[in-house]
Unconditional design. Structure first.
Length: 276
């Protein structure tokens, strides 16, 4: 009886079970919140290495898409291992694993020094692989090492990582630094609506509305973006990010411009021939 009581109750309990109607929105919120956090480091590093859709190279653009897909696939596999554990691997903790943002600053410096490109990205991935193997070995001897990482140290590291990502959040708030409409009023209004929605639901509502504030804010943000796309003036920009001039303001070809010039008087033409 005591064991069954410990497996029910608050979602904040380690082994607590919650009703399905509460578990679905909370799980969906976790996935959506992680989705951006998992892809953002890849986008930043690819941008620093020149591997992006804005590079003008179709192969590099396709490579970026492949890397993003790989990041989501590996994140899902590692999350399952973390949840259900395979022998000593996995802590059975209900968290979603993904790409780390703690090394973005270092990797950006590496990309700047090496000049970018696929070789630079390969060097970064090689360094990450070696670091991952080293961290795996540290996991087996973590207990004696904990005395070297008190809360004041780990807390400072986490705080530093968060502060280093403020610029990324601000750029995303404006629509993305590589977007042609970065910092436009539409992007700022949309970001402000999502931010205010999260704050209001989290601090002034209760129950599922408070715990799933991020999920509802994302849904409202998508709805508002659709409405803004319909009713607000927008610039015709294709997926490549190149602005397409409006048909009325586009420069006419030279031959077309000549065709639209007023017809000259035949008498003037004869007069010119006579003078010639």
């Amino acid at each position: 009886m005591k064991q069954s009581q410990s497996q029910t109750g608050s979602p904040y309990e380690f082994y607590g079970k919650i009703p399905l109607r509460q578990a679905i929105p909370l799980g969906l919120q976790h996935v959506l919140a992680m989705f951006v956090g998992n892809l953002t480091p890849i986008l930043i590093i690819c941008g620093a290495c020149g591997i992006s859709a804005t590079s003008g190279d179709a192969e590099l653009a396709a490579l970026q898409v492949t890397l993003l897909q790989n990041a989501m696939l590996i994140a899902g596999i590692v999350t399952l291992v973390q949840l259900f554990a395979i022998g000593p691997v996995g802590g059975k903790v209900p968290i979603i694993m993904g790409t780390s943002s703690g090394f973005i600053g270092v990797f950006q410096s590496v990309a700047k020094v090496m000049g970018g490109g696929i070789l630079t990205y390969g060097a970064i991935m090689g360094a990450s692989l070696i670091g991952g193997i080293f961290e795996g070995f540290l996991g087996f001897c973590l207990k004696p090492l904990r005395k070297f990482f008190p809360p004041i140290v780990t807390g400072t590291v986490v705080l530093s990582i968060g502060l280093s990502l403020i610029s990324v959040g601000i750029q995303s708030f404006g629509g993305g630094s590589s977007a042609s409409d970065y910092g436009s009023m539409e992007n700022l209004i949309l970001g402000l609506i999502v931010l205010v929605t999260i704050i209001v639901l989290k601090h002034f509502c209760k129950g599922i509305w408070s715990t799933s504030a991020i999920l509802f804010a994302i849904i409202i943000g998508y709805i508002v973006s659709e409405v803004m796309g319909i009713f607000l003036p927008t610039t015709d920009i294709p997926a490549e990010g190149v602005e397409v001039p409006d048909a009325e303001t586009a420069e006419l070809p030279e031959n077309t411009a000549q065709e639209r010039t007023p017809d000259t008087d035949p008498a003037d033409e004869r007069r010119d021939d006579t003078n010639g």
